[in-house]
Design a protein around this ligand. Structure first.
Ligand SMILES: [Zn+2]
Length: 570
């Protein structure tokens, strides 16, 4: 679920035009001698990409689930490719892998809501899903009071607190997905950009945040009401992935600090529950966007029983290193990342049980291999070192990236930037490139300068409300303060009618996203992907060569963390 499919939608051409004309000439970009880079750029080829994707997304690789035979085959394939390119093992211990201690767990649950003599028995998988991430076999929540807490957000920077000091310890919280959509006081038809970034989703809107804050508040259980629009995906995506084996990092505290039961209910079930309590969904949702919102006791008791089938799995991040050519700057690192894992197999789907994950993210891993090859084609490696990191368990909550960011193989303070690839463009060349989180860091400026050499322009995420910046691996680097760029394919397809990109994206989301049909298609045209990879190559080369190091721009939630980190170093 955390994952993002890469594709695209609407264009805001005016903004891009304004961006390219007004943005000052990038300060820290070294004007590359493109000729010298040409052999590297030319090594990026559609047929190589397709070859890698076909292998990684083949049924033989079984959908690349962590801890499966698919993992073994994938890790072996990546290691062989990196070794064949002459890249060094990325782990200072001499290995091409970093072990990632995971716990696999499959939760089965029962849930019932009681109000007086009335009872609402819920059907697992259809009405709701529930898991327990604690390292325990069984957990029970009995007769816990249900409390509606709106969006459940505590955001000091917006003067927002949905709890207002109400003690919800031991309670079951009912929460809305996404963050409060506050109307602009001057123009109620619009959202207030100064509150929760207006239309864009902030981290407060992410499902991961909801359970984190419920844990902090000491709740017994937390239930998110699923709404397809605000969530950004249908309920089937939630029930699909939560119904299967899930993973978490194995932690010394056994996750006992986490809320015991983490649950989603679909909107119809939520309506029935609220009816049971004499409330109405729309009315409650309306009060939830008010700053003076207070938690609403629902007068209903919730009981959950969750049993976990657990196993311990050592999964692996795969990592290779190109050492920098400068005696000093080689101790600084640029990290390219792309997750290799996907959803594995579902034996219940007899006709086609394999989630091949061709776009998500065999294509991104193929891009990582093509980038690695391109860097090995340079006469002289760039001054700084370049790390090629293919992480595990992204689909299970960015776990491989989280483990790397919490246990870095090279100091994060010396990690000058991360750029992540999650899904490639397979519908031809575009005149633009999307940057999710555009405006976050000076990496945008470097990318804009590189895009100019391709006569292309940058544009912001066409769907900021879906919170894609928080849904892939770069976010774990950003959370630790490392400037991280997440570029996606453009929307303005050369030689295609307006809206073509949006239409293709909508088709992918509804038909293939996290489904067994995410496979290589006969109409794929990877010429746009080749150009995007060449662009990311230029970005990396420029960052690895430049005197300046990338920085977060003012107003981003990550800047303070980086400054504190750099201060410590001095
Ligand atoms: Zn993905």
């Amino acid at each position: 679920m955390p994952c993002r499919q890469p594709l695209l939608a609407a264009v805001c051409f005016l903004l891009c035009a304004a961006y390219t004309q007004e943005t000052p000439r990038p300060r820290n970009t070294a004007a590359p001698k493109l000729a010298a880079l040409q052999p590297a750029l030319d090594s990026v080829r559609s047929e190589d990409l397709l070859r890698h994707i076909r292998i990684l997304a083949s049924d033989e690789f079984e959908g690349r689930a962590p801890g499966s035979r698919g993992e073994e085959l994938t890790v072996k394939y990546l290691t062989e490719q990196f070794r064949a390119l002459g890249l060094k093992p990325g782990n200072p211990d001499g290995a091409y892998v970093q072990k990632v201690p995971l716990a696999g767990f499959t939760s089965e649950s029962h849930a019932v809501f009681v109000a007086g003599k009335q009872q609402l028995q819920l059907k697992p998988g259809t009405d709701y899903v529930a898991v327990c991430r604690r390292a325990v076999h069984e957990v029970k929540v009995d007769n816990s009071d249900l409390v509606f807490v709106g969006y459940g957000v505590v955001a000091p920077e917006y003067g927002w607190d949905d709890y207002k000091g109400v003690d919800v310890r031991g309670k079951t919280l009912v929460m809305l997905i996404n963050d409060p959509a506050i109307a602009d006081p001057d123009d109620p038809s619009k959202l207030d950009e100064s509150m929760f970034k207006g239309r864009a989703m902030t981290y407060y809107g992410r499902w991961t945040y909801k359970y984190e804050i419920a844990s902090e508040q000491g709740a017994a259980a937390a239930i998110i009401i699923h709404e397809t629009g605000p969530a950004g995906y249908p309920f089937q995506v939630v029930s699909g992935s939560w119904g299967r084996e899930n993973f978490d990092l194995r932690r010394p505290d056994k996750n006992l600090g986490r809320v015991a039961v983490e649950s989603w209910i679909n909107l119809d079930t939520a309506r029935n529950l609220l009816k049971l309590s004499g409330h109405d969904f729309e009315t409650l949702k309306a009060v939830a966007v008010r700053k003076d919102f207070k938690p609403v006791p629902l007068g209903v008791k919730a009981s959950f029983a969750v049993t976990n089938t657990r196993r311990e799995v050592d999964s692996q991040n795969v990592v290779a290193l190109l050492e920098g050519s400068d005696a000093t700057m080689r101790n600084e690192y640029l990290v390219y990342s792309a997750h290799w894992d996907h959803l594995g197999k579902n034996e219940k789907l007899q006709r086609d049980p394999v989630f091949n994950g061709a776009l998500d993210n065999a294509s991104g891993v193929a891009a990582l291999l093509e980038l690695a090859e391109a860097f090995t084609r340079l006469k002289t490696p760039p001054k700084r070192s370049v790390l090629f990191l293919s992480v595990t368990a992204e689909e299970k909550g960015l776990l491989g990236a989280k483990h790397y960011a919490e246990n870095p193989l090279y100091p994060l303070v010396n990690t000058v930037a991360n750029t992540n690839i999650d899904g490639l463009n397979q519908w031809g060349r575009t005149k633009d490139v999307v940057v999710v989180g555009l405006g976050n860091s000076t990496l945008d400026d470097v990318l804009a300068a590189a895009a100019q050499t391709q006569n292309r322009v940058l544009q912001p995420d066409p769907e900021p409300e879906k919170g894609f910046y928080y849904r892939s691996d770069h976010f774990e680097f950003a959370k630790q303060g490392v400037p991280a760029l997440y570029a996606n394919p453009g929307t303005d397809y050369a030689g295609k009618p307006a809206g073509y990109g949006q239409q293709k994206r909508a088709e992918y989301t509804s038909k293939d996203y996290h489904k067994v049909t995410d496979e290589v298609k006969s109409d794929w045209d990877l010429s746009g992907a080749v150009e995007d990879i060449q662009l990311l190559f230029q970005l990396g080369w420029r960052v690895a060569e430049s005197e300046q190091i990338p920085e977060w721009k003012p107003g981003t939630e990550f800047k303070a963390r980086r400054e504190a980190m750099l201060k410590e170093k001095r």
